[in-house]
Design a protein around this ligand. Structure first.
Ligand SMILES: C[S@@+](CC[C@H](N)C(=O)[O-])C[C@H]1O[C@@H](n2cnc3c(N)ncnc32)[C@H](O)[C@@H]1O
Length: 436
C-alpha cells in the first residue's frame, strides 16, 4: 500500500515513520510512504504557500496553485484517494480505516495556518477526515494516524493475522481487558478464568467483558450492537424487561413544599399503563397509602379485564389491547412495599431512580441523563425502579431509597409544568424508544 503526504513540513512526518510496526512494514516494503512539498511548486523567491484571507480575519490561508500542483503530482499513478485532514471532516472510525486499508494509494493532504482555499477541496479532494472535535496546528499528525491505522491492517504488517480482528472497534465493541505475567501484582490477581487453560471459557469471558465494557463506557456504540443468542447468556436480561415504573402519591409535596398525599386520577392509570405496555416494561405500580384509592385503581384496571355483566374474566386480552396494558398495573401502599416485592421477585433489591422537574431536588444523589442511566442499569443485574411523583413532585424523604436522579426534562420555554403522564412518556422514549 502506498501513502503520499502533501505537507509543507515533511520533517515532521518522516521521523515518526521509522520505528515500530510502521517502520518495519516500510523496511519490508509492504507499505511505502513519500512526501510532496507544495513549496516545490512555487515560483517566487520566498517559496510562498500562504496568503491573507478574502474578507479579512486572522491568520493566513494556503494558496491554491502550489497545493493543487502538489496534489496532482502526489496522486500520480496508481489512481489515489485524495484525503484532506480537516477538523470539519467526517470523524475517523475503524470502519473507515478498514475500507481505506483496501485501497492501493492514499494521498493525505495536510493543511496549515487557517486552512486551505475552498476551491482546492472542490477540485482535488475526494473526502475530508477529522481526527476529532479539536483543532491541531496542522494535518501532519492526522496523516500519521491514518498511515498507522491503515498500515497495521495491510496483510503482512502485523505478526499475527488475527490480532487486529479482536481489538477495540473491530466488531463494534471495545476490547476485553488484557493481562500478562506476573499472575499476581501486589493485591491484584489475573482473573482465574484466564489462567484456567479452558479456551471456551476464556472466549466467553472475553466476549462478556467486551460487551459489559462497551455498554458502560460507550453506550453510543453499544446501542448499535446486536447481541447474539450466546451474548444474551453473558449479559443481564434486557433492561426494559426488568424495568418497573411507579407513580407515587405519597410522599410528595404540594406547591408550598408541604408533605401531602395526592389523589389518584383515572388518566394517570390509563395513560401510564399504556406507555408501560408500549415500551415493553415489566410493570406499572400505583403507589398510595389510601386503601380506597388502591381499590379504585384496581377497579379501573379490572374494568378492562373482567366482563362486568357476568363478573367473569374476559377472554385473555389480545396482545396490544388496552386490557393487556392495564394487566400491568399493580397497586401498593408504599415505595418500601414495591421495593420489598421486587426484592422477593428478583432475588435482589431494585436500583431505584427518582425523577423531578426541579434540578435542586434530592440533594446529594448523583444525577444522570437517560443515556447514562440506560448504560449503567443495562450492565447492573438488579431490576430498575423509576419513581414518578404526583403533586409538586417526589419528597426528599425518599432519599435513603434512591440511587440516582434523572435530569429534569426541559423544553425551550421557562414554563416547565409537564403532566406526570407526559413526563413519564418522554422519559420512557428517551430510555427505550427506537431511534426514528
Ligand atoms: C489550525 S488548523 C485550521 C483550522 C480551521 N481554521 C478551522 O477552524 O476549521 C490547520 C490544519 O490542521 C489540520 N487539522 C486541525 N485540526 C484537525 C483535526 N481535528 N483533524 C484533522 N485535521 C486537523 C487541518 O489540516 C487544518 O487545515
Amino acid at each position: 500500500m502506498k501513502f503520499t503526504v502533501v505537507t509543507i513540513l515533511p520533517e515532521l512526518v518522516e521521523p515518526a515513520l521509522t520505528a515500530g510496526v510502521v517502520g518495519r512494514a516500510r523496511e519490508a516494503g509492504v507499505i511505502t510512504v513519500g512526501t510532496v512539498n507544495p513549496r516545490d511548486f512555487t515560483s517566487d523567491r520566498h517559496r510562498t504557500v500562504d496568503d491573507s484571507p478574502y474578507g479579512g480575519g486572522p491568520g493566513m490561508v494556503m494558496k491554491p496553485e502550489p497545493l493543487l500542483a502538489a496534489i496532482a503530482q502526489a496522486a500520480g499513478d496508481p489512481p489515489a484517494r485524495r484525503i484532506l485532514l480537516s477538523p470539519a471532516g467526517a470523524p475517523l472510525t475503524q470502519a473507515r480505516v478498514r475500507e481505506l486499508a483496501q485501497l492501493p494509494h492514499l494521498v493525505l493532504v495536510c493543511g496549515r495556518y487557517e486552512g486551505i482555499d475552498e476551491r482546492v477541496i472542490e477540485i482535488a479532494i475526494d473526502e475530508e477526515i477529522s481526527l476529532g472535535d479539536y483543532v491541531l496546528s496542522g494535518g501532519e499528525l492526522g496523516a500519521l494516524v491514518i498511515i498507522d491505522a491503515c498500515a497495521r491492517l495491510v496483510p503482512g504488517v502485523l505478526g499475527e493475522p488475527t490480532s487486529a480482528d479482536e481489538e477495540s472497534h473491530s466488531a463494534g465493541l471495545l476490547e476485553y481487558p488484557q493481562y500478562t505475567r506476573p499472575a499476581k501484582l501486589g493485591e491484584r490477581e489475573v482473573p482465574a478464568v484466564l489462567q484456567s487453560g479452558n479456551h471456551a471459557l476464556i472466549a466467553a469471558w472475553r466476549r462478556q467483558q467486551s460487551l459489559l465494557r462497551t455498554a458502560a463506557r460507550r453506550p453510543d456504540l453499544f446501542a448499535r450492537v446486536r447481541p447474539t443468542k450466546a451474548d444474551a447468556k453473558l449479559l443481564p436480561p434486557p433492561l426494559v424487561e426488568r424495568t418497573h415504573l411507579a407513580l407515587v402519591h405519597h410522599p410528595v409535596t404540594d406547591r408550598t413544599g408541604k408533605l401531602v398525599t395526592t389523589s389518584l386520577t383515572n388518566f394517570d392509570i390509563h395513560d401510564l399503563a399504556r406507555s408501560t405496555m408500549t415500551y415493553g416494561l415489566a410493570a406499572y405500580h400505583v403507589v398510595t397509602p389510601i386503601t380506597s384509592q388502591r381499590e379504585k385503581a384496581e377497579h379501573i384496571a379490572n374494568l378492562w379485564l373482567v366482563d362486568q355483566g357476568a363478573n367473569l374474566p374476559r377472554k385473555p386480552p389480545k396482545t396490544g389491547s388496552r386490557a393487556t396494558a392495564l394487566a400491568l398495573v399493580r397497586t401498593q401502599d408504599a415505595i418500601e412495599t414495591v421495593i420489598a416485592e421486587l426484592t422477593g421477585e428478583y432475588g435482589m433489591a431494585p436500583f431505584v431512580v427518582a425523577t423531578s422537574a426541579r434540578s435542586d431536588s434530592f440533594p446529594g444523589i448523583p444525577r444522570c441523563t437517560p443515556d447514562q442511566l440506560r448504560a449503567e442499569a443495562s450492565i447492573r443485574p438488579e431490576p430498575l425502579l423509576i419513581l414518578l411523583g404526583t403533586g409538586w413532585g417526589l419528597a426528599d424523604h425518599l432519599i435513603p431509597s434512591v440511587s440516582r436522579l434523572l435530569a429534569p426534562i426541559e423544553g425551550r420555554a421557562d414554563w416547565n409544568h409537564l403532566s406526570v403522564r407526559s413526563a413519564g412518556a418522554i422519559l420512557l422514549d428517551r430510555l427505550f424508544g427506537r431511534p426514528a
